[in-house]
Design a protein around this ligand. Structure first.
Ligand SMILES: NC(=O)c1ccc[n+]([C@@H]2O[C@H](COP(=O)([O-])OP(=O)(O)OC[C@H]3O[C@@H](n4cnc5c(N)ncnc54)[C@H](OP(=O)(O)O)[C@@H]3O)[C@@H](O)[C@H]2O)c1
Length: 251
């Protein structure tokens, strides 16, 4: 048997937001690395398309994670496919891009529900089975807006600031029982979420110029970081936010 330091082979991964963008890309990558991958999002057609185009042991559950009261039942449906989840990756997210003067309570609440609350209650659902095995992972998605204020980012920024602190609090609660709890904070990556940013060539260039490396992210730039945080390679790393941003926040 080879070195398993960076391996997810045979582990069961639940990844939300897998119908699109970062979640979809990482779901395929993890399946290619030998994990059993259970994908979650609302769009059934997009999930079916992902399953068809992905090699490996994959399945999906179509669910609205905004239905917070129903998260436990959604978790049961997820666990029915490959059994207990070893690695939870909370990549579902939304950004209403509304100014502080405009956002209404429903839009605010939906942003907090998807970006923050759903991630917590899914983790709360799956952690006991991880604890029974003495090993598990929760990987949340933070953002540049966990630490930077952007225009029209009031609800998104509040939710992502929350993700950063929630990740530390999860580590405090669960890491003594073998659960690594960390977050990835991406810079600018081209997905549905950032279409408005990348459609504006001047803005995309401005963001690229703000990085130390001099370009925006490519989805494959997230593969190594997620493999690190999902595998035994990060056994002594918890409560951390790994900025995968080309050095955006270093400048
Ligand atoms: N792209 C970037 O540059 C960037 C930068 C920083 C942070 N992030 C974070 O990275 C994560 C992934 O973003 P992305 O760029 O890949 O976005 P994306 O392409 O827009 O994907 C968002 C995903 O979230 C799912 N989702 C949204 N609302 C949902 C709901 N109510 N129930 C279930 N699933 C829901 C969507 O699926 P359905 O529509 O099918 O439900 C979709 O699969 C997010 O947390 C985002 O905040 C991204």
């Amino acid at each position: 048997m080879g070195d398993t330091t960076f391996s997810v082979g045979g582990k069961t991964v639940c990844i939300t937001g897998a119908s699109s963008g970062i979640g979809r890309h990482l779901a395929s990558h993890l399946a290619g690395q030998g994990a059993n991958v259970l994908a979650v999002a609302r769009r059934q057609d997009a999930l079916a398309d992902w399953e068809q185009s992905t090699t490996g042991n994959v399945a999906s559950v179509a669910a609205d994670l905004g239905d917070i009261e129903n998260i436990s039942a959604i978790g049961d449906k997820i666990a029915a496919h490959f059994g207990d989840v070893d690695i939870l990756i909370n990549a579902a997210g939304l950004n209403p891009r509304l100014h502080a003067s405009e956002i209404n309570p429903a839009q605010w609440q939906q942003t907090i529900d998807i970006n923050l609350s759903a991630s917590f209650f899914l983790a709360q659902k799956f952690v006991p089975a991880m604890q029974a095995k003495g090993w598990g992972r929760v990987i949340n998605f933070a953002s540049l807006q966990s630490r930077r204020a952007f225009a029209n980012g009031i609800a998104y920024g509040a939710s992502k600031g929350g993700v950063e602190q929630m990740t530390r609090a999860m580590a405090e609660a669960w890491s003594s029982t073998g659960i690594g709890c960390n977050a990835i904070a991406p810079g600018f990556f081209p997905t549905e979420l950032t279409a408005k940013v990348f459609d504006d060539a001047d803005l995309a260039k401005k963001n690229a110029d703000q990085t130390c490396i001099g370009r925006n992210g490519k989805l494959r730039d997230l593969e190594g970081p997620v493999m690190f945080l999902a595998s035994p390679a990060s056994d002594y790393v918890t409560g951390q936010v790994l900025f995968v941003d080309g050095g955006f926040t270093a400048k």
